[in-house]
Design a protein around this ligand. Sequence first.
Ligand SMILES: Cc1cc2nc3c(=O)[nH]c(=O)nc-3n(C[C@H](O)[C@H](O)[C@H](O)COP(=O)(O)O)c2cc1C
Length: 307
Amino acid sequence: MKVFIVYCHPSEDSFTRNLRDAFIKGITDSGNEYVMSDLYAMDFKADITEQQYLRDANYRNTPFTEEDVLAEHEKINSSDAIAFIYPVFWTEAPAKLVGWFDRVWTYGFAYGDKKMKMLDKAMILCSAGNPIERLEQFGLLASMKKVMLGDRLINRAKQLEFVVFDGTSREKETREGNWNSNLEKAYEKGKSFFAEEVVFTVDDKFFTAVENSKSGEVSEQTIFCYHQKDNVIWAEYSGGSIVKGFLIGTMDEDHNLHFNYQHINKNGELRTGSCDSEPSVENGKLRFNEKWKWTMGEEGTSVIEEI
Ligand SMILES: Cc1cc2nc3c(=O)[nH]c(=O)nc-3n(C[C@H](O)[C@H](O)[C@H](O)COP(=O)(O)O)c2cc1C
């Protein structure tokens, strides 16, 4: 199996370079192969040209894609999976990697009449100066995951994973303290990259309601964005007759969800209730069969399906 590594760091004197090398050692030690684009070493051009802008913005296949972008397409389509390794810069990837997406995710390859293959797996491995708690408390981790997984990689790989190596700022003692354990973690991520069991999670998955009882309020216009940390699950939802909704609960050992929900509907009413939800897979899509009950008493069932 082969993984295409897109690596982006301006300096070899960095933790991220060590992270890259540990990950690669894990890949090769497990008998797998890799091909890499080292964006700084290649001096990869990050700026989209006006020509490409007009081509992509107008959903056209012409003019022809530039040679360096075609080379990236070839690396993707001749690999089984993709891994991105970079330091977090201002809650994003470095500009060069953002530019890589602008140019490589072209019309006719990554969207539109897509020539890009469905990869088995996409993994983000990023180093962050801040501790993970801070990135979570301020919603910064959620933003990064949403952009990378929920926009750039969604529907382009069967399995998505976002791994953070936190507390790596040069001004923090944790950088040195966690150095070896972080590199061990990177090595293990490489070593088990193609072997890892698929973990059941609803994290960063989007759902819409495909069935509902008459007294229910969510519909196919309602989008749920789920999150998960350990056995805690939560989601925001809106659309259709729901102006804004939130739910929070737990996932049990059989992957059933048990949660309370509350939302404001278009009549300005605050509606609350509880729900037990059982997973199933139909046509390769994850579904939850829900039994819900309004706090006021009425009960019903609904089905939500992964988008
Ligand atoms: C320009 C710049 C912006 C940064 N922005 C962030 C940030 O938004 N959040 C964060 O946690 N760390 C941030 N950092 C810290 C880097 O993520 C950190 O330097 C890196 O992960 C440490 O590893 P390195 O030795 O590979 O650079 C930033 C660093 C630089 C140089």
